[in-house]
Design a protein around this ligand. Structure first.
Ligand SMILES: Nc1nc2c(ncn2[C@@H]2O[C@H](COP(=O)(O)OP(=O)(O)OP(=O)(O)O)[C@@H](O)[C@H]2O)c(=O)[nH]1
Length: 297
């Protein structure tokens, strides 16, 4: 049997479950997940290697109407992955009604060459009747190559999705070394895990206005000493993030430290600082510095 390889772009509206799906496909946590929309800001590759195929999954930010330069940059990343895709998963949250944002995304999809699958996610939350209704609505909007209902969270029907996908990948050589699982460095994942904990503990505008920078990283006697900076946009946000007598930042620090220890397989001592960078999401140089302008030429 000949070798197959190709790119599978995972696209969809914010919060539809794209990162959860990437992690389910890879059976490991490569991308952070939260119940707040616009969690993912960069494309993240998950590379699945076997003797017969290499599938390169691309988790992408949720397509939304951008209000900031960061949002515009995030959308550019999505559109770039769509152009390169052999297969595209349009991940839909079946608990949400079809809307104008979906219409906009479908228009974009029409201009690509990929085989487009409708991936109906979060089926664990709806009845069979509701699922059929959602399926019928979507199927009338576009001629999808496949329609596959899943629960990414419960890893339900992921095998079926994978089997169908592999059958649709073109024959070809591998793009990445077989021992490579993701394109993202440890530093990227460290920053993301800290951001995930911020997203978990905070609400409203804070999740969108936060970025993380590693200030220092040193290892001594098998212990990793990490100092990281959490950037916020306003003084009031700094106050909320630190919390009453430092209680909020302590929760974030401890949760991140615990997960980093697991990820890196060593003891981690994490220190967190908070700094205000007014309006950073609209400053091109800041976005560049923070790694959020990967698809801007
Ligand atoms: N019940 C249920 N919840 C799910 C499922 N898949 C994802 N979720 C939840 O949906 C929320 C969003 O999941 P993410 O994977 O972060 O969604 P995303 O599409 O990557 O989000 P953005 O980065 O904002 O675009 C999280 O709270 C997940 O736990 C599912 O199959 N069932």
């Amino acid at each position: 049997m000949s070798f197959k390889s190709g790119f599978v772009a995972i696209i969809g509206r914010p919060n539809s479950g794209k990162s959860t799906l990437l992690n389910a496909l890879m059976q490991t946590k490569l991308a952070i997940v939260s119940d707040k929309p616009q969690t993912t800001r960069n494309n993240i590759l998950g590379i699945l290697n076997t003797d017969t195929y290499q599938a390169v999954f691309v988790d992408t930010p949720g397509v939304h109407k951008p209000k900031t330069a960061l949002g515009r940059s995030m959308n550019k990343g999505v559109y770039s992955s769509m152009q390169d895709a052999d297969v595209m998963y349009l991940v839909v949250d079946v608990t949400k009604p079809y809307g104008t944002g979906d219409e906009f995304l479908l228009e974009r999809i029409k201009n690509t060459h990929a085989k487009v699958y409708l991936v109906l996610n979060k089926v664990d939350l709806v009845s069979r009747e509701q699922l059929i209704e959602t399926h019928v609505t979507w199927a009338s909007k576009f001629d999808f190559k496949e329609v596959i209902p899943i629960s990414a969270k419960n890893s339900d029907n992921i095998d079926e999705l994978l089997n169908v996908t592999i059958a649709d990948l073109p024959e070809g050589v591998q793009f990445y070394p077989t021992d490579m699982v993701s394109d993202r460095s440890d530093d990227f994942r460290i920053k993301e895990i800290i951001r995930e904990k911020v997203l978990f503990y905070t609400r409203e505008e804070i999740p969108h206005g936060v970025a993380v920078v590693i200030e220092n990283k040193e290892e001594e006697d098998g212990v990793l000493y990490l100092q990281a900076l959490i950037i916020v946009e306003r003084k009031s946000q700094k106050g909320i993030l630190i919390g009453k007598q430092g209680s909020m930042i302590k929760n974030i620090r401890l949760a991140a430290q615990r997960e980093l220890k697991q990820l890196l397989g060593k003891k981690v001592t994490l220190e967190l600082y908070v700094r205000i960078e007014e309006n950073w999401r609209n400053k091109e140089s800041k976005l560049n510095e923070l790694g959020y302008k990967e698809y801007d030429e």
